[in-house]
Design a protein around this ligand. Structure first.
Ligand code: ATP
Length: 327
């Protein structure tokens, strides 16, 4: 491969996601496979600004494939949003001899890298690592499968108590702008209703549906709510519904940050491994300024301009399936 790249910096940024470690491992080992040096930058853009940079070897990333979180740590950096902050980051990269970057993160991370790339021209490539699956240009992001499995596991457990007590549960899952976790875990967990930011169900329609369950002697019901639902979170919905219902014993569970942790599933490990290899090979083949994605099980490279500020539209077929199956 013909390229001027010899020292690759890798970092994780934004919200952590299970499988990020598998991606770091793949980036490090692929770099070394192609006889390049590789450096870990800790805490995302914060570490770049602080010069917190360490050389990594094959063994530095041993035994992390199966671990949640990120060994490089992650952070949100306000300073990187300023020109001075980004200049400091650039100076530190130069000092370490780093001539190219692989970023693992979400939309904000890519926005930051796009600005940096335009200002300083450091060859860069992104890997989508976020549990929300809200990134355009890829069918899946690293961490989404694990987070959805965690949500389904919790939903199954809640169902046991719901059935035993005639209970109606509002279960809140993560997803500020994206209903992917809610929709997928809701279908897999047999929810009677799934409330996501992308859907336009009204509160009257939702409550009519729940009332119907009461009338037809439904013994328990689970409603999965994405945290960014336009109708309010699980707490709000439970409060409003309890004001008009005396049939069900109404409860709320907010799954919160446990969805971010844990051992990555086989799917996320394989996805992260594929994307990590593709990111380094992309850099070495002149595909800088892109994000690696997976489309119909094939690796694709999406130019930054087609990703940043674009959304991954919800799968309407999944919404239709959820409606059919929740009668
Ligand atoms: P998640 O989807 O899990 O929230 P994310 O990558 O979208 O992950 P953000 O906190 O939105 O997380 O972004 C990560 C970091 O990217 C920010 O803390 C900031 O340092 C940098 N960043 C975001 N937007 C910009 C921007 N317009 N200019 C420069 N840097 C930015």
């Amino acid at each position: 491969m013909e390229t001027n790249i010899s020292k690759i910096g890798v970092f994780t940024s934004g919200g952590d996601a299970p499988g990020m470690n598998a991606a770091i491992r793949a980036v490090v080992r692929t770099s070394i496979y192609y006889k390049k040096e590789v450096f870990g930058i800790t805490q995302g853009y914060e570490g770049m600004i602080a010069g917190d940079i360490v050389k990594l070897g094959t063994r530095s990333v041993g035994n992390i494939l199966q671990r949640g979180g990120t060994i490089l740590k992650t952070a949100r950096s306000l300073e990187f949003k300023t020109k001075e902050g980004r200049k400091k980051a650039y100076d530190n990269l130069k000092k370490s001899g780093i001539d190219s970057l692989v970023a693992i993160g979400g939309d904000g991370t890519f926005t930051g890298l796009t600005v940096f790339y335009e200002e300083f021209g450091v060859p860069s490539i992104c890997i989508p690592g976020t549990i929300d699956n809200d990134i355009a240009g890829t069918d899946y992001t690293i961490g989404f499968d694990t987070a959805s499995n965690t949500a389904v596991d919790a939903i199954d457990k809640i169902r046991d108590t719901a059935i035993s007590h005639n209970r109606l549960f509002f279960i809140e899952v993560m997803g500020r702008n994206s209903g992917y976790i809610a929709l997928n875990s809701g279908i897999a967990g047999g929810a009677v209703a799934i409330i996501i930011p992308e859907d336009n169900i009204t509160i009257e329609e939702l409550f009519a549906k729940l009332d119907e369950g009461g009338k037809t002697n439904k013994k328990s019901s689970l409603i999965v709510v994405a945290e960014g639902s336009k109708l309010g979170g699980a707490m709000d919905l439970a409060k409003k519904f309890s004001e008009r219902n005396n049939y069900f014993d109404i409860k709320v569970t907010i799954l919160g940050h446990l969805q971010r942790g844990g051992t990555p599933t086989y799917f996320d490990r394989v996805l992260a491994s594929k994307m990590g290899v593709a990111a380094v090979e992309g850099l070495l083949n002149g595909k800088q300024g892109t994000m690696v994605g997976i489309r119909d099980n094939k690796i694709v490279y999406n130019p930054f301009a087609t990703i940043v500020n674009h959304v991954h539209d919800i799968d309407n077929e999944m919404l239709r399936i959820a409606k059919i199956l929740s009668i």
